[in-house]
Design a protein around this ligand. Structure first.
Ligand code: SAM
Length: 305
């Protein structure tokens, strides 16, 4: 079962109107969605998006929620997806980024470095580009760059070199083959500190699914869609994601975005949001004890002005 992270904190923050319309951009196992369903009134309405059709179907079978519309879609198209369903404004939007336990547990999806599977890692299986394409076709420098940037992997260059050497002999096909290549490229002591493939797998997943671009694309749409007083709640697990959210909220909360040193303001920028969480909300020690994934979770909340 997927344990929803920062559940109480998210729902407490998003719920401003029990009769409102709320969007969960990352339905996953439906933890946040079903808790929100319990808290809205009979006049409220919920919309759930997930780009992973398998996840969405499994969750649909389990959830017994009235007044819910589930849509398979990438949240990077949030505004057009909602408009197709006749929805122009909503009361709250939430996102719980990253991968769900459903995806990790389904070995054949290739997200887990513990299970042998084809190198896939696509959240949307209709997408062509997979982990196999990335690892077998990208240049060494590009592989090193994503391992370093998205995985903060200190042995990024060594691992990228080992990947390119290995694929010269034959294409890299499976997750455990990749794990062995990574293990062989890093010092033995690194494997004692952590699973040596953890960071690389995270980086490859982020690149395959274009996760950071999707986040950058959805934030302005979300703010546009909110009614005044409506709230946007974003849970991130990665420092790059958190930085994107933090900076976006700061920019939208500012009354002037003129370059520094301008004698007078010429931008006429109007703040569009008020930041509710000056510092991100993080999981309690108890939550982290029960769910280690919660350790890196950060919730940021902004309210439409
Ligand atoms: C961490 S899980 C969400 C878990 C959920 N909050 C719960 O309580 O069960 C993230 C989900 O978001 C989905 N996802 C990630 N990026 C997405 C995107 N750009 N558009 C739509 N869904 C996305 C993934 O497929 C995954 O199912």
């Amino acid at each position: 079962m997927h344990q929803a992270v920062l559940l109480e904190e998210t729902i407490e923050n998003i719920l401003t109107n029990p009769a409102g319309i709320y969007v969960d951009c990352t339905v996953g196992g439906g933890g946040h969605l079903s808790y929100l369903a319990e808290r809205i009134s009979r006049d409220g309405f919920l919309i759930g998006l997930d780009k992973d059709l398998d996840v969405l179907q499994r969750t649909k079978e389990r959830l017994a929620i009235d007044r819910l519309l589930l849509i398979q879609a990438d949240f990077r198209n949030l505004q057009s997806v909602l408009q197709e369903h006749g929805i122009d404004y909503v009361d709250g939007i939430m996102m719980d980024l990253g991968v769900s336990s459903f995806q990790l547990d389904e070995a054949e999806r290739g997200f887990s470095f513990h299970e042998d599977a084809p190198l896939d890692m696509r959240m949307d299986r209709s997408q062509e580009f997979s982990a196999s394409n990335l690892l077998n076709t990208w240049e060494e420098a590009s592989i090193a760059e994503i391992l370093f940037e998205y995985g903060e992997e200190r042995y990024a260059r060594r691992i990228a070199r080992a990947i390119v050497e290995a694929r010269k002999k034959r294409p890299i096909k499976s997750t455990l083959e990749l794990v062995e290549i990574i293990r062989g490229a890093v010092p033995a002591r690194y494997s004692r500190e952590t699973h040596p493939a953890r960071r690389s797998f995270q980086a490859i997943r982020i690149a395959v699914n274009g996760e950071l671009d999707a986040l950058k694309a959805v934030l302005p749409q979300a703010v546009e869609l909110l009614k005044p007083g409506g709230r946007l709640c974003v849970i991130s697990f990665h420092s790059l994601e958190d930085r994107i959210v933090k900076r976006y909220f700061q920019d939208e909360a500012r009354s002037c975005v003129c370059p520094p040193g301008m004698p007078i303001c010429t931008c006429n920028h109007q703040p569009r949001v008020q930041i509710i969480t000056k510092k991100p909300i993080q999981s309690s020690t108890e939550e982290v004890e029960q769910n280690p994934r919660a350790r890196s979770a950060k919730l940021r909340v902004a309210q439409k002005i």
